[in-house]
Design a protein around this ligand. Structure first.
Ligand SMILES: [Zn+2]
Length: 293
């Protein structure tokens, strides 16, 4: 049982499937771009999840401006994962966008949560409340017993320390907003030009990556909140609606290239949707997750 999501992806994007397997630890064979390496692509394991799944980072390009893209730190807010994989594919075919940049990506920050379709990791910790920010809620069980108690949040912290990104985007659901922490407002407003989502500052969550990296480390960080249900949409639909805003984050302060349509990236075959209600397990975290994003 690999989860309906994997099956659905496989039906319409073998390439993405290979990438997904690489990043969720379900397979060994990497995608084409890693074999021919046109972009000096590097994939590496930077840790293991609670259940032992590899925490993987992919780095494209070698330019001085380093950009960090994070997806699925909340396992049941996973639209960012197929979007990140589509972004990899797009950058592979538009290498000029990497001429002066290094793009560092973690397509699945919380692979156990992704696999089990739940917000938290397998220690029942909300990874986005587990960072060593001064506003961390020490009394809330789901914040973890102490800052960086979880291997997944440790991996993110190590990636921050090592790559020192100039800006960060982390993708969530379902608040339908471009949110920022730290000095990220200009980037958020730039991105708002390329997507049908409002630009609003939600407020820094206790112990979140936004609080830690944005507020305390002064790194511009965007929390890109997709609408409810985004993670159940087909990857080509997601890319059609959100590919441009994601690429605008890469190209900031410049415009993204005009050639951004889902058909450019992904095959047009219709996805096989799962029957309603049979596969989206809604555990006890689910209700609160919907309010928190
Ligand atoms: Zn979230």
């Amino acid at each position: 049982m690999k989860g309906t999501r994997h099956v659905r992806l496989a039906t319409h994007m073998i390439h993405l499937m290979a990438t997904l397997m690489l990043f969720t630890g379900c397979g060994a064979k990497g995608p084409e771009y890693l074999r021919r390496d046109p972009l000096r692509a590097r994939a590496e394991e930077v840790g293991r999840s609670v259940e032992g799944r590899p925490l993987r980072v992919l780095t494209l390009g070698s330019g001085p401006e380093v950009i960090l893209v994070l997806a699925t730190i909340h396992g049941n807010e996973n639209a960012g994962t197929p979007l990140t994989l589509a972004l990899i594919d797009f950058l592979d075919r538009n290498p000029d966008l990497l001429s002066n940049r290094t793009v560092v990506m973690m397509p699945v920050v919380n692979p156990d949560g992704y696999y089990h379709d739940r917000r938290f990791n397998m220690n029942r910790v909300d990874l986005n409340r587990n960072f060593p920010a001064s506003n961390r809620d020490e009394w809330r069980r789901s914040s973890g017993p102490q800052p960086l108690s979880e291997p997944e949040s440790v991996a993110v912290k190590q990636v921050l320390d090592r790559f020192k990104p100039a800006r960060i985007v982390s993708m969530h659901e379902p608040l339908s907003t471009i949110d920022w922490d730290g000095p990220g407002e200009d980037i958020a407003r730039h991105m708002g030009n390329y997507v049908n989502l409002p630009v609003n500052q939600i407020g820094s969550r206790p112990g979140s990556l936004g609080s830690y990296a944005g507020v305390e480390q002064n790194i511009p960080i965007i929390t890109l909140e997709f609408p409810r249900g985004a993670g159940r949409r087909a990857p080509e639909d997601l890319w059609r609606d959100y590919g441009r805003v994601l690429v605008s984050f890469i190209t900031y302060p410049n415009e993204p290239p005009a050639v951004l349509r889902g058909e450019d990236i992904l095959r047009k075959e219709k996805p096989t949707r799962p029957p309603p209600g049979d596969s989206r397990r809604r555990d006890e975290d689910g209700t609160r997750a919907f309010r928190e994003g």
